[in-house]
Ligand binder design. Sequence first.
Ligand code: NOJ
Length: 539
Amino acid sequence: MQDNTFWWRGGVIYQIYPRSFMDANGDGIGDLAGITDKLDYVASLGVDGIWLSPFFTSPMLDFGYDVSDYRDVDPMFGTLDDFKALLEKAHSLGLKVMIDQVISHTSDQHPWFQESRADRTNPKADWYVWADPKPDGTPPNNWLSIFGGAAWTFDSRRRQYYLHNFLTSQPDLNFHHPEVRQAQLDNMRFWLELGVDGFRLDTVNFYFHDAELRDNPPVPAGEAKTLGAPDANPYTWQRHVYDLSRPENLDFLKQLRALMDEFPGTTTVGEIGDDNPLARMAEYTAGGDKLHMAYTFDLLNAPRSAAYLREVLERFQRLAGDAWPCWALSNHDVVRSATRWGADEDPVAYPKVALAMLFSLRGSVCLYQGEELGLMEAEVPFERIQDPYGKVLWPEFKGRDGCRTPMPWENAEHGGFTAAGVEPWLPVETRQLPLAVAAQQDAPASVLSATRRLLALRSAHPALVEGDLQLVDVGEELLGFVRETGDERILCVFNLTGEARETRLPIPVSEALDGHGFTHERDGEILRLPPYQAAWFVL
Ligand code: NOJ
C-alpha cells in the first residue's frame, strides 16, 4: 500500500463552511447530511481532503467559533452519527477530513466558563483570564478585542474583568494553566480516536497571553500597520507584543504535535494573525516538532500585483528553511478573491489564472467553497447582515457575510441550496446563480472545469506538489518561478494582468506542459502571454 502519511505536504484542502454548503433538512441552514450528499462533487474536483469549519455545539454568536461542547455536534448541523457517516463516505472517496478546533476560547455558555465565573475559589476559577480592575475601575490594560472595544468585560460576580480577544461571549482560556492545556488536548484526542485526519487550529498564536498583562505599544507614527485586519479597526493600531504569539506557545505546540504523532498520517494547519505572520508561520512549522502547516493573511488580504506576490514569496523563502506553508486566496473571513483581485475584470478568465498561480506554489493549499466556481463576493444588505464583526465596523467594513452566502448548486431558487420556499440564513447572491455548479459542470471553458484540469496537472507533477521554489526574473508585470524535485524541474509563468505581456525566458526550456487550457506563444526565448494566461515548461 502507498505510504500516505505525508498526504498533506502539497495537498489541496477544500474548505467547507457547513452553514452554507448544502441544506439537507430544509431549515435554511446547511448541515452535515448536506455535506455528505455533496462529497462526490468535492472528490470530483481532485482535492486531497476537506476542512470543515466548526459544527460543534454552540450558541452560534460567532457562527460556531464559540463552542459550548467540544465533543458533540450542534443539532442545527445534525448528530454525531451524521458526522460518522460523513467521515466514512469521505474516506471511501479517498478524501481526508480535517475539522476546526477552536481551543483558544470557548463560548460563555460552556460549562467551564459558567463554573469559572461563579466565584474566585471554584476549581475552574483560573481556567480563564481573570484580572482585577485598575483602581479607577477601568480594564486591567489596553488590550483590544478584534471585534470591537476593549478585550475585557467586567463580571459582577467576581468583580473582575475577563479577557476575550473576540466577542464578549468568547472568553479566552488561560493556557498558562496545565489543566486547561490537558483538557483541550483530551478534546482533540476524542476526534482523533473517532478517525479524523487532522485539525485546522483557530487563532493558533493566541493561546497564551503575557502573564504580567503588560500594555501593547502603539504602532509608531509613520510605520505600517501590519496586522491582517481591516484598516478601520483600531485593533490594527497596536503592535501585538503581549496579547498574542507569546514564547510559551512553542512548548504547547510541541505537546500538541506529540499527540498528533500518536496518530500517523494526521496533520494540523494553524491560522496565524500576527505582526510578522510569515516569520511566525516559519517558526511554528519548522523542525517537524510543532505544527505541520500554517496559513497567514498575506494572500488573503493581499493587493493584487505580481510584485506583491514576489515580495511575499521572497520574504517567506528567506525565512522558511524546512517550514511548510499553506496558501489560500479566500476563506470564510475575507472578501472572495475573485472580487478582491479581479473586480470589474474578466469574471471567468481572472479566477482561472489566480487558481493556476495558487496551485503552483510551494506548500499546501486551501481552496474555499465556491472558489472553484469563480464566485464573486455577495452583496448582503445591512438588514440581512448576520456577522457581529460587520455590525460593529459598518459601513467602513461590512463584515464577513459576503463570502459566507449559500453555495449555488443550480441556477434555480436559492441556488438549490435549500428547499424551495425556505428562506436561507443568508440570501443567495443572484449574480452567482449563472455560476452555479450545474451551469459549469460540463462546460470545458468554465472556471470549474479549469479547476479540475489544474488540480490534475498539479497531482501529475511531483515538482508542483513537493518541489522547492525558486523565483526567476520574468519582468515586473509577470510572476515566474521554478519548482524542482528529484529530476523534475518546471518553470511556471503567470500573467495576472488584463493585458498581453512579453518576456524573455530566463532559462532554456524544453517542452511546454499542456492539458490545462491556457495559451501562450513562444518564439525561441521570447514568451508571449495573452491576458490572464499561464504557462508551464519542463526544464
Ligand atoms: C478565526 C476564525 O476564522 C473566525 O471566523 C473567528 O471569528 C475567529 N477566529 C474567532 O474564533
